[in-house]
Design a protein around this ligand. Sequence first.
Ligand SMILES: NC(=O)c1ccc[n+]([C@@H]2O[C@H](COP(=O)([O-])OP(=O)(O)OC[C@H]3O[C@@H](n4cnc5c(N)ncnc54)[C@H](OP(=O)(O)O)[C@@H]3O)[C@@H](O)[C@H]2O)c1
Length: 437
Amino acid sequence: MVAPLRVGIAGLGTVGAEVVRLIERQGRVLAERTGRPVKVVAVTARSKKKRAVDLSGIKWAKDPLALAADPEVDCLVELMGGAGDPALSAIDTALKAGKSVVTANKALIAKHGLKLAKAAEKHGGALNFEAAVGAAIPVIKTLREGLAGTGINRVYGILNGTCNYILTRMEQEGLSFDECLKDAQRLGYAEADPSFDIHGHDTAQKLAILASLAFGTQVAEKSIYVEGISSIAPEDLRAAAELGYRVKLLGVAVRTAKGIEQRVHPTMVPKSSSIAQVMDVTNAVTIDGEGIPPITLVGPGAGGAATASAVVADIADVARGIRSAPFGRPVDKLQATEKAPMERHEGGYYIRLMARDHAGTAATIATRLAEQKISIESIVQRHPNGSEPGKSAKGGPVPVILITYATHEDAVHRALQAVQRDKVISGKPQVIRIEKN
Ligand SMILES: NC(=O)c1ccc[n+]([C@@H]2O[C@H](COP(=O)([O-])OP(=O)(O)OC[C@H]3O[C@@H](n4cnc5c(N)ncnc54)[C@H](OP(=O)(O)O)[C@@H]3O)[C@@H](O)[C@H]2O)c1
């Protein structure tokens, strides 16, 4: 009889409670699949309140550090959250004692992942964090193991369910950003303080982890250009739809001639692409590997049961004795990355301008774009009912929407600054980058 893997769980909230339940329910299957029983022997949380999960026969550790140091625990499962203590010191303690660690904590891995991976390497334990990106979607294993023999050119995805929910509602119902955010909060999809999600930082933490696995770079959230979705208006989504696109908040890491570009921003994607089909709170990641068509993984990016599925799969790997390098290769082989110089970013652009209703406005805009060698792929000029194209009913500004062919971002900025100086538009131009598949 093989000795069971003795698991200690710190955190019994949305995810932790589901992990206890899943190990209990899947006990026999897990033992068959891994060749070893998996047993939760100890748990801890902030308070000892009654929980909706059966903890009888399981020891209560006085705090996360005591749990991590308990000699009867082989594998620490950290499900408390937070980029600092007690999660950090508990994981560090467990790894330094040669134990394995499983966590769903993207904030901690994005900030301290390299240091912790080094400790895991040195002391021989595993550090698994599949649930930290895309919850139930097995994207970490896909990059680390499934595509270990394949060069990666680009990895990009919808990594934040809150933002995707808001953009889906705005597109489908023509509602404003604020209305959809309020609904997301009412339904529990968005936090009371949603800024971390809507300004793109949650996506950036997950992208930093994916980029490291895909390109062998050091996890560096600070190297990522980040822009959120709060400036997106329903008219952008309507225009995108008319032009054959959808707007998604994407995290993109791509190999370019100048290095690895990492960026998070609202992005127009062709309506026919796999990623454009991903609606509501669902997450998705597309991987472009050398010599193979893109692979898209789609699934639930949050929720107790979905996240527990990935956590328990990581525990199963520990039970099997698998000790992969956490970021796919030894930490000292990971390359440093620099912040993407977005002014040199090359791609197509969506530009929405409020053109003043003057003779020669269209010609001025066209000239300023031509001066920067920007070619226009399509143009939509809206005209309210009863007015001529290019002229508003009351002589007010008229929306002009342009899609450019691939150009540089600094060229777009220069052209738009000139157009603003010419005073042929009112307000600030809206610019959304296009990502082609
Ligand atoms: N929820 C999701 O959909 C999801 C998806 C992917 C990843 N994750 C990640 O999974 C982790 C857990 O998330 P969650 O949603 O389960 O959080 P949660 O519901 O807030 O649960 C957190 C748990 O940790 C315990 N805890 C917090 N601080 C503690 C401390 N100082 N000492 C001891 N215990 C402490 C809490 O104790 P009490 O119960 O006593 O308060 C609670 O049981 C986070 O890293 C999160 O980013 C979550």
